[in-house]
Design a binder for this molecule. Sequence first.
Ligand SMILES: Cc1cc2nc3c(=O)[nH]c(=O)nc-3n(C[C@H](O)[C@H](O)[C@H](O)COP(=O)(O)O)c2cc1C
Length: 133
Amino acid sequence: MTKVGIIVGSLRTSSFSKQVADNVAPLFPEGYVTEFVEIGHLPLFNQDYEGDLGTPAEYTEFRNTVKELDAVLFVTPEYNRSIPAALKNALDVASRPYGESVWNGKPAAIISQSPGALAGFSSNHNLRQVLSF
Ligand SMILES: Cc1cc2nc3c(=O)[nH]c(=O)nc-3n(C[C@H](O)[C@H](O)[C@H](O)COP(=O)(O)O)c2cc1C
């Protein structure tokens, strides 16, 4: 079974992104299993967590969850021509410590949405740029 983690960029209760994700998840073919991975509870990244403050338990749990995934599907809105802070925070958290990013080597796909005229183009573009690291 190929395990695909679905990460939704919006924390909003009635999020359109979450609704899109809910509808896409059942479309994966046989041989795939999907799992929603939560990001809203992660403390804001602070590099001091790599030193004096120690690693928050939420970080360790999140990194371990991502590590177990075979692939990741991001479903995100556009915020101010980029991705929401909660999503960037999650990407930063699991990319550290330096050299130990648990995103490395994982295939990823992006769905962006916005009721705006460009339908989340810029968040898609920005997320690709972040993932290139
Ligand atoms: C802080 C903020 C910034 C936004 N910036 C943009 C934007 O730059 N471009 C755009 O098309 N929509 C923008 N929107 C609209 C959201 O993309 C839209 O409401 C989206 O559906 C929210 O996603 P959600 O329904 O999953 O919560 C913004 C919304 C918020 C709250």
